[in-house]
Design a binder for this molecule. Structure first.
Ligand code: CA
Length: 224
């Protein structure tokens, strides 16, 4: 969930719409009070915060967010008017993760959102795995090799997840077969090798993180 706090209705609706078409759930709020109310219902993954708002301004809202245990880890992107260079500095010093200046293109906007979400390690309520250049969001079934998003088939993803859930532990081919393909395939351990190979290829620079342990099986992560 992403919250967009913006008093200009057209911009707010455009942001919510654009996020929606990119696959994010988003809700719009017109001011700090509406945001406060929404925060009681749900803690979002990210807040887009306009600076010039009726009532409390964006800086003051940011300060409150960062001062509260429940909301301090939510990443914030400040939305500033183009001419106000000063705003950026103040927003970043106040703990914002990034800023974007109006008017902005939707491609740039989405790129910023993605970058901030990638950097933020505390996605509330989401299970994330980081290991060297590899990042996996288990719930969203998203995989990144550094900044590059990796597309995996269902089996490849399950295989990767199984390795991650057993980080540092060597899994035998038979264990992997049973878990991912079920008992009926027992014995056909070559299937595992083939999938490991394509998984490594798709992971690119992160592919080497899946280690072959000779005569035993595969492992991801440092030995335990
Ligand atoms: Ca405004």
């Amino acid at each position: 969930m992403i919250y967009c706090v913006e008093d200009e209705r057209n911009i707010r609706e455009l942001l919510v719409y654009t996020l929606g078409t990119t696959g994010y759930e988003a809700k719009g709020m017109g001011d700090g009070k509406e945001l406060e109310k929404a925060l009681k219902e749900e803690i979002p993954q990210l807040i887009l915060l306009d600076i010039m708002l009726p009532g409390e301004d964006g800086y003051s809202i940011l300060e409150k967010l960062k001062g509260d245990e429940a909301t301090r880890d939510i990443p914030v992107i400040m939305v500033t008017a183009k001419e106000a260079e000063y705003d950026k500095v103040r927003g970043l010093e106040g703990g914002a993760d990034d800023y974007i200046t109006k008017p902005f293109g939707m491609m740039e906007f989405i790129a910023r959102v993605k970058a901030v979400l990638r950097r933020s390690k505390k996605h509330t309520g989401e299970k994330e795995f980081f290991y060297k250049g590899l990042k996996v969001n288990v719930e969203r079934r998203q995989v990144w090799d550094r900044d590059r998003s990796v597309e995996l088939t269902l089996k490849e993803f399950e295989l990767l997840r199984y390795l991650i859930e057993n980080q540092g532990i060597v899994l035998s081919r038979n264990q992997i077969l049973e878990k991912i393909w079920g008992y009926e395939f027992a014995g056909e351990t070559r299937t595992v090798d083939v999938h490991i190979r394509t998984l490594r290829q798709k992971l690119g620079d992160s592919g080497f993180l899946i280690e072959t342990v000779r005569g035993v099986g595969y492992r991801i992560g440092d030995k335990q």
